[in-house]
Design a protein around this ligand. Structure first.
Ligand code: RB5
Length: 153
């Protein structure tokens, strides 16, 4: 499993972003931070999501992403506008597991205003170690790709 991760947040989530970055680095992940790094940085969350998704696409989808805002919702909405990106907000362990194993999700989203640090670390740590395997979920993920072909230019 590739250990290269791209992480980004808006100014509502700098604390959780810093914590999750350190959490991953302590476990041997190579973490690329695309900002923002200050609560005074006014960059809108869609622009941060764009930076992360472009880096995943440039990598040929070998990298995965972590996006954090106030709720995680805006980041997930934006990330899912990019081809080949499957993002979900995961504020519980089961959702994190299913993001990997059911949806082959390559971006996990959190909301700093919703979840505590320790639970976010647990969910992230589990998601990072899970790998999608071909099986009954494969045709459903392929159906997502079919929708992309129809809706994305
Ligand atoms: C703050 O801009 C807030 O709207 C944002 O962090 C996020 O929660 C959006 O989904």
């Amino acid at each position: 499993m590739n250990k290269q991760i791209v992480i980004g947040c808006d100014n509502a989530a700098v604390n959780l972003k810093n914590d999750l970055k350190a959490f991953m680095e302590a476990r041997g992940y190579e973490v690329e931070n695309v900002g923002c790094d200050s609560k005074d940085d006014p960059t809108y969350y869609p622009l941060i999501a764009e930076r992360v998704c472009e880096k995943i696409i440039e990598s040929g989808y070998t990298k995965r992403g972590v996006l954090i805002c106030g709720t995680g919702l805006g980041m997930a909405m934006c990330a899912n506008k990019f081809p080949g990106i499957r993002a979900g907000v995961c504020h519980d362990s089961f959702s994190g597991e299913r993001l990997a194993l059911s949806n082959n999700g390559n971006v996990i989203c959190f909301g700093e205003r919703v979840i505590g640090v320790k639970l976010a670390e647990k969910i992230l740590g589990e998601w990072l170690e899970l790998e999608f395997v071909d099986g009954s979920s494969t045709p459903k993920v392929e159906a997502i790709k079919d929708i992309e072909k129809k809706t994305m230019k």
